[in-house]
Write a protein that binds this ligand. Structure first.
Ligand code: 6PG
Length: 254
């Protein structure tokens, strides 16, 4: 996988507006090439902020939203509709205002549903949903070919709900895992694993603010994803690191 390509914007608002425009272009390109577009959403200030920027983007109507598949990279394992769920925040920021095909929107399972409070069971169910969407046969890939997979960057270099030195970072055999001891609250989460993240054509990582400068510099030069999970989240075709100047302020002068 090619190394990350860096884009630095002056401030968080510009970063989100520019990334929203770029994402609409990527979706339109995917739809013209393959008839559909597949996106993987994330949570956090920038993950949700990007959706809010899309809701305001003039080019929003250039996309046929009924032919967009939406997946999640991670989710807080909370009851459906809980305000802290990434899915709830995505609906409020953008999704409820789009003519999406509900059959193509794949939120991760909520707690209290068919899997009760068992995050591992919820993870297995989502893995099965991903495999089915990928074709399901013996030789089919384990996840669909995502066009753009979005990630935020934690101050500890976590991405999705894969935290430094957590066993979930080393998971290679499964595409989705339950995490019950997340250092970032809430503690119980469901997350794609690095192999699933790496199945994406493009991975776009968003980071803004001084509090991400250390993590951005560390992850960009780190070798070991176990210690810096962000460094393991490379897309097959392209990895974009989209930062504002504050988050880029500790990068080694290139
Ligand atoms: C979550 C997110 C998480 C987030 C990072 C960055 O569920 O919390 O998926 O991975 O993207 O923690 O969050 P901020 O952009 O809010 O710093």
């Amino acid at each position: 996988a090619p190394p990350p390509r860096l884009t630095v914007h002056p401030d968080p608002e510009t970063l989100l507006r520019a990334t929203a425009a770029g994402l609409l272009t990527a979706v339109a390109e995917a739809q013209s090439a393959r008839g559909t577009a597949s996106l993987v959403l994330t949570g956090g200030r920038n993950g949700i902020g990007l959706l809010a920027a899309l809701a305001q983007a003039p080019g929003r109507s250039a996309v046929d939203w009924s032919r967009v598949d939406l997946w999640w990279g991670d989710e807080r394992f909370l009851p459906d509709g809980d305000p802290d769920r990434n899915h709830t925040q995505a609906r409020l920021a953008l999704l409820d205002g789009l003519p999406l095909d509900p059959a193509r929107v794949h939120p991760m399972p909520a707690s209290g549903g068919p899997h009760g409070d068992d995050a591992a069971a919820a993870a297995e169910a989502y893995a099965a949903e991903l495999a089915a969407a990928a074709g399901g046969g013996r030789d089919a890939p384990a996840v669909p070919s995502f066009d753009v997979l979005l990630l935020g960057l934690g101050p500890d270099t976590h991405v999705a709900s894969l935290f430094p030195e957590h066993p979930a970072v080393r998971e290679e055999g499964r595409t989705v895992v339950g995490v019950t001891d997340s250092p970032k609250p809430p503690p119980v989460r469901v997350s794609l694993t690095l192999p699933a993240l790496r199945a994406a054509r493009q991975v776009w990582l968003l980071a803004a603010g001084e509090d991400k400068a250390e993590a951005a510099a560390g992850a960009l030069t780190a070798e070991d994803p176990f210690r810096a999970p962000a460094t393991g989240a490379r897309g097959r075709e392209r990895t974009l690191w989209i930062l504002d100047e504050a988050a880029a302020s500790r990068l080694p002068a290139s």
